[in-house]
Design a binder for this molecule. Structure first.
Ligand code: HEC
Length: 210
């Protein structure tokens, strides 16, 4: 009897762990949470709407990075008012947005992780090929654009091939989903604003092999 219940507890814990891991994978993707594409849009559409946190009335504004930072303690979701009101008991007064079922779990997870990662805004001041560009291409492009028969005849495997693709003009057009270009990554979500901004910054820096 004892053994059975111990086993049940272990199975249950295992299940919990597995589901947490799954959640964090979904949130985490491979890179840092991107403030302009993953944190700001849900806050703008659920909090900074007319009559609420636009800054025009008495309520505090939640329109910009600096506004939002005022209710966040970087690195500490549990000490952040933003996190507190979003995860409060839905029947309590502090729960936000009021009279709603709350923000989708996906967004709350993004926000928690963003706070945990230091609540940073997009910063492209230290972009390098090795730390930024190559990992993005490896994660989102390489599976198709490598090997004996790379998709579209385009290899994206190293500095030289990636630089060549940028110089042809096709790379930016495809990741920015401009007309006349095939949108990339093919059949997947557009890259987040942070990844696109990092690639553009590296291109504008003259594509150094750094
Ligand atoms: C699932 C496979 C797949 C992934 C992932 C993928 N591509 Fe492609 N890519 C293709 C295929 C197939 C083509 C050929 C054109 C088409 O079918 O749309 C192509 C074409 C291209 C082209 C030429 C587009 C044009 O209009 O001339 C570029 C540039 C490109 N890919 C860049 C990328 C970049 C950068 C990424 C990552 C952000 C990426 N691809 C991810 C499959 C993929």
């Amino acid at each position: 009897m004892r053994k059975t219940s111990a086993l049940a507890v272990m199975l249950f814990l295992g299940f919990l762990l597995a589901s947490c891991e799954h959640e964090s994978e979904q949130v985490n993707g491979t890179t840092k949470v991107c403030f302009p594409s993953e944190v700001l849009p849900p806050i703008k559409s659920n909090c900074a709407m007319s009559g609420c946190h636009t800054g025009s009335g008495e309520l505090l504004a939640l329109n910009t990075y600096n506004d939002i930072l005022k209710i966040v303690t970087p690195g500490k979701p549990s000490k952040s008012k933003l996190h507190d009101v979003l995860t409060a008991n839905p029947n309590s007064e502090k729960f936000m947005p009021p009279n709603s079922s709350g923000l989708a779990k996906k967004y709350i997870d993004y926000i928690s992780l963003w706070i945990l990662q230091g609540a940073k805004d997009l910063d492209t001041s230290n972009v390098t090929f090795a730390a930024n560009v190559q990992p993005i291409i490896d994660t989102y492009c390489r599976s198709c654009h490598s090997g004996a028969e790379p998709s579209g005849g385009i290899n994206l495997i190293d500095y030289t091939s990636i630089k060549e693709c940028v110089e042809s003009g096709r790379l930016l057009g495809s990741i920015e989903h401009l007309t006349d270009y095939s949108p990339m990554p093919k059949n997947k979500d557009k890259l987040c604003d942070c990844n696109i901004a990092e690639i553009i910054k590296w291109i504008n820096n003259g594509m150094p092999n750094n």
